[in-house]
Design a protein around this ligand. Structure first.
Ligand code: ADP
Ligand code: ZN
Length: 641
């Protein structure tokens, strides 16, 4: 069977696994028939056997598998029962003439012995025991489970080797799956000019480029260049892009792999992939290894006592640490890793000589977004009315990947409409599409529902406009998209710390939707679910995390290490828990009341705004300026045209 398991190395790739099934089936059939191919003998009864014994016509009896007695006749027997047989078969014939199926082995042996004794046979024959001549069946019985296991193993392995690349996959389990970009294969054609914004990150990473280009300059002075750099930031902010641009700038090979590629079901695979990766990298040094989503292997060890830890992941992580400790600072291999959760990573990863440097890659701000638009508009045919500043203002909270997506989507939309150039409206449509899933204009809402939604959204817009510290509004729409009925976009100020006032005003604005429903219709609806969720979370954070509540005081129950599991044990007493609950609902209620007050005072403006929404389905901050006037406390650059 061995040859089925090991296809020729050369053919590995082409080898189709189904051949294994075919070969197996053929072999099984062959074995089955091999067992059957001995000539069939006449089966006899006990009586006949006794008769033969009495007449001394038997030369020998062989027991086969303790199931059958095969009876060979002697000369006398042959001439009596098979007179037609050729004389050459005198003496003991090679095949038995009769077969007797044994019920009880002991009884059979006894009977044979007794019959001969009773009849005073001079030359009694004895029963000889042979194992088996039906080797095929025997083989099958012994080997079937084994064969079965092999087949099962192959099937499982194939299932794991992603993409079903055929039987060859099994033999590559321990090989790293890193994708290599270099001059000979796929060249890295990304440089710093393809990365917009991220100025600080670029400055930090420039040093690495410089080192890769002229390592002597640094090592001569005894300086140490970091072996590992951790890029921390939300998805789509350009971490991969940045790492690639380092390779592009320094013109060195770039190994790209995702943390989850190391993790397999089988013990030891991850570690051997890490070894393989570093082995390959050292051969290509100077080079860059980029590990995306390093949290897949780098999560803090032994944090979850219930699972008993994940040994395989730990050994993969340990191997990574060993490799990083193993190569010198001047070996020319630099590991860049990306994560969006630096806080859950194992502290050992961050120790000196490993990922001791962290670069934060944040969501782009207004200027950053404009630059990203510029990068991605380079190859687009734009209409005259496309204004990058305006688009940047329309996309607060977008990541670089989202903006790249917007540009592509806008191009597709313009093409669909048969335009020669991409216009502003295409970009706006693309933004809408990316924000809330596809526009569903045909989603049916009744006129009354539309009115409620309009007032709800106008409520948010009005309160946020009239509160000094709330985020100013960018756009409100009542066109349903995705699951949400309406949506409002605000321009978050780019601020690092938030005051109590700011948080509170945010909460009032969030409650503004429901408050408008109450003020105008005298009843509230389920439409405020996500508002309530948001406001509750914010109140909870104010009270328990940020120490912004007088009753609870300057206490924070936040756990920045992520090591504690609060679902089981709370870090505060039952009494405190009660107070927290009270304070949260007091806070939310206060925000609601304030929203009610504001909206009652500005009912006219609210109604105007809501009506405009019903009419146009979308309003921009211009409309708010027209109705309520400019926000006196706004800095000039926070407005948009
Ligand atoms: P991450 O690795 O942080 O999840 P990527 O680097 O994979 O994000 O970014 C995905 C895509 O988004 C990039 O290929 C690029 O087109 C675009 N992108 C993201 N950030 C930027 C940026 N700062 N400048 C230009 N393009 C960007
Ligand atoms: Zn709302």
């Amino acid at each position: 069977m061995e040859e089925n398991k090991t296809p020729q190395p050369g053919k590995k790739r082409k080898f189709n696994l189904y051949w294994i099934y075919v070969i197996l089936t053929v072999v099984l059939f062959a074995l089955y028939f091999a067992g059957k191919d001995s000539p069939t003998q006449e089966e006899i009864e006990m009586g006949q056997l006794i008769e033969l014994l009495k007449n001394e016509e038997i030369s020998k009896i062989e027991l086969v598998n303790k199931e059958n007695a095969e009876i060979y006749l002697n000369e006398k027997g042959m001439s009596r029962h098979f007179p037609d047989e050729k004389p050459s078969r005198k003496g003991t014939s090679p095949t038995p003439q009769y077969k007797y199926r044994i019920g009880s082995l002991e009884r059979f042996e006894e009977t044979v012995e007794n019959v001969q004794k009773e009849n005073n046979i001079a030359k009694p024959i004895y029963i000889t025991n042979v194992q088996n001549n039906s080797w095929g069946m025997e083989f099958l019985i012994n080997w079937l489970p084994f064969i079965f296991i092999i087949v099962l193993w192959i099937v499982i392995m194939r299932g794991i080797g992603r993409g079903g690349m055929g039987g060859g996959q099994i033999f590559n389990m321990g090989k790293s799956k890193a994708q290599l970009f270099d001059k000979d294969n796929v060249p890295v054609n990304v440089t710093f000019k393809d990365v917009a914004g991220l100025e600080e990150a670029k400055v930090e990473i420039m040093e690495i480029v410089d080192f890769l280009k002229n390592p002597d300059k640094y090592t001569k002075l005894g300086g140490k260049i970091p072996k590992g750099v951790l890029l921390v930031g939300p998805p789509g902010t350009g971490k991969t892009l940045l790492a690639k641009s380092v390779a592009g700038e320094a013109n060195v090979p770039f190994f790209s792999i995702s943390g989850s590629d190391f993790v397999e079901m089988f013990v030891g695979v991850g570690a051997s992939r890490v070894r393989d990766l570093f082995k390959n990298a050292k051969e290509k040094a100077p080079c860059i290894i980029f590990i995306d989503e390093i949290d897949a292997i780098g999560r803090a060890r032994g944090k979850n006592p219930i699972n008993g830890g994940n040994d395989e992941r730990e050994s993969t992580l340990n191997q990574l640490l060993t490799e990083m400790d193993g190569f010198g600072t001047n070996s020319g291999v630099i590991v860049l890793a990306a994560t969006n959760r630096a806080d859950i990573l194992d502290k050992a990863l961050m120790r000196a000589g490993r990922f001791d440097r962290q670069i934060y890659v944040e969501l782009p701000d207004l200027i950053g977004r404009k630059e990203i638009f510029e990068v991605h508009m380079r190859n687009l045919k734009l209409g005259d009315d496309v204004d990058k500043d305006f688009l940047a203002k329309q996309t607060p909270g977008f990541s670089g990947a989202d903006i790249a997506n917007v540009c592509n989507e806008a191009a597709l939309m313009a093409a669909r409409k048969g335009k020669d150039a991409i216009e502003k409206q295409d970009f706006l449509d693309a933004i809408d599409r990316i924000i809330g899933g596809l526009e569903k204009k045909n989603k049916i809402i009744t006129a009354q529902e539309k009115e409620v939604i309009a007032f709800h959204e106008a409520g948010h817009a009005t309160t946020s406009w009239l509160l000094q510290y709330a985020h100013p509004l960018v756009k409100v729409t009542i066109v349903p998209r995705g699951k949400a009925l309406g949506a409002a976009w605000y321009l978050p100020e780019e601020r690092q710390i938030t005051t109590k006032e700011q948080m509170y005003h945010e909460m009032v604005a969030t409650m503004g939707g429901r408050a408008a429903e109450q003020v105008v219709f005298g009843q509230i609806s389920t439409g405020a679910l996500s508002d309530l969720e948001k406001v509750t979370k914010q109140a909870y954070a104010m009270v328990t995390y940020y120490g912004l509540n007088e009753v609870i005081g300057n206490v924070s129950f936040y756990d920045s290490t992520g090591q504690q599991d609060f679902s089981l044990t709370k870090p505060f007493s039952e009494k405190t828990a009660e107070v927290i609950d009270q304070e949260i609902s007091k806070l939310v209620e206060k925000a609601y009341q304030e929203a009610l007050t504001i909206l009652r005072q500005h009912l006219d403006g609210l109604t105007l705004l809501a009506n405009r929404l019903i009419e146009k389905e979308v309003i921009f901050s211009d409309d708010l300026v027209n109705i309520f006037g400019k926000r006196p406390w706004d800095k000039e650059e926070n407005h948009e045209g």
